[in-house]
Design a binder for this molecule. Structure first.
Ligand code: RIB
Ligand code: CA
Length: 312
């Protein structure tokens, strides 16, 4: 499957790249947005991870430096000052490609209509800009999967806001209203993907270079998640979005009416999904204000694919 990855390369974005490379994805291009770290650092990190995996042919396009309608906020506490867990990994010397992210998403979609799947695992500013540049983008892509939202569960960036939606709520609303069958892989499912102890042990014990890279990246992430999860493990937000793009049958889904809270003093950035079930479920996945969320997930199968991608 040919994939455009839009990311804000932090630790789990890097793990999503590892997952993609190890599960047969054809990474056509990476586009980078502000988010976990400033976009310049996220761009450098994306180049670094790709080059460590020998994917020096995959172009990286720098994108939006801040959200549409609020100041830039970043998440070094979660991802480290360098966005890669402060491991001191040698940075790539490869330059980013010249075309800016949103324009490149549009160019690729126009050049390869119906072939490319967009996987967005950072704030949605680049994706929203691409939609504004090319309203026909939904018809030109084969699919779109977003890591974002927290439908019916607590947020992480705020009480109710999941980071990717919270970092740019207006962008997320534009994505929800576009005429595509968009899958939002939210905290309601990603927080259930914590790696069991045997999986952690397998990664720690593996001599595979991919596992060694993942293990070094994960240390800071394990530090962050240990007090949250009550065990030295972590969840796999961005790898799950990539996994469901590559293998949708790992999960079952439900359509829900959804919108982003843009005005609440305490709730701005919340993805509000209507889980009441009173009315018949939305029938048209491409209708504005309708998203597809995960209903059930084969978690062991996902973990097995993640470990296989690391050679662990
Ligand atoms: O809420 C988790 C998401 O926010 C992940 O994509 C993580 O990388 C951060 O961007
Ligand atoms: Ca991310």
């Amino acid at each position: 499957m040919a994939v455009i990855l839009d990311c804000d390369t932090g630790i789990d974005d890097a793990l999503a790249i590892l997952y993609a490379a190890g599960n047969g994805a054809d990474l056509t291009a990476c586009t980078v947005t502000h988010g976990n770290v400033p976009v310049e650092i996220g761009t450098r990190n994306t180049l670094t991870i790709l080059d460590r995996l020998g994917l020096t042919h995959v172009p990286v396009h720098q994108g939006a430096a801040r959200p549409i309608a609020q100041p830039l906020a970043t998440a070094e506490l979660v991802h480290g000052q360098d966005g890669l867990g402060d491991t001191g990994i040698a940075a790539s010397t490869r330059a980013a490609a010249g075309t800016l992210a949103a324009a490149e998403i549009v160019r690729l979609a126009r050049d390869r209509p119906g072939e490319l799947t967009l996987v967005a695992v950072g704030p949605l500013t680049n994706v929203a800009l691409a939609l504004l540049l090319e309203p026909a983008l939904p018809a030109l892509l084969a699919g779109v999967v977003v890591m974002g939202g927290a439908v019916g569960v607590p947020g992480n960036a705020s009480e109710l806001g999941e980071a990717n939606v919270w970092h740019d709520p207006e962008a997320a609303q534009l994505v929800i209203d576009a005429p595509w069958d968009v899958v939002f892989v939210g905290l309601e499912i990603t927080m259930r993907t914590q790696l069991p102890a045997p999986a952690i042990e397998r990664i720690a014990a593996s001599a595979d270079p991919r596992a060694r890279l993942a293990w070094s990246l994960m240390q800071h992430y394990l530090d962050v998640y240990e007090p949250i999860l009550g065990a030295r493990t972590c969840v796999l937000h961005d790898p799950l979005a990539m996994a469901l793009a590559l293998d949708p049958d790992l999960a079952t889904y439900r359509l829900v009416a959804a919108s982003v809270e843009l005005r609440g003093a305490r709730t701005r950035g919340q993805l509000v999904g209507d889980l009441r079930g009173y009315d018949p479920a939305p029938a048209d996945p491409r209708a504005p204000g309708v998203i597809r969320i995960v209903d059930t997930l084969d978690i062991p199968a996902f973990h097995a694919k993640f470990l296989a991608a690391l050679g662990a």
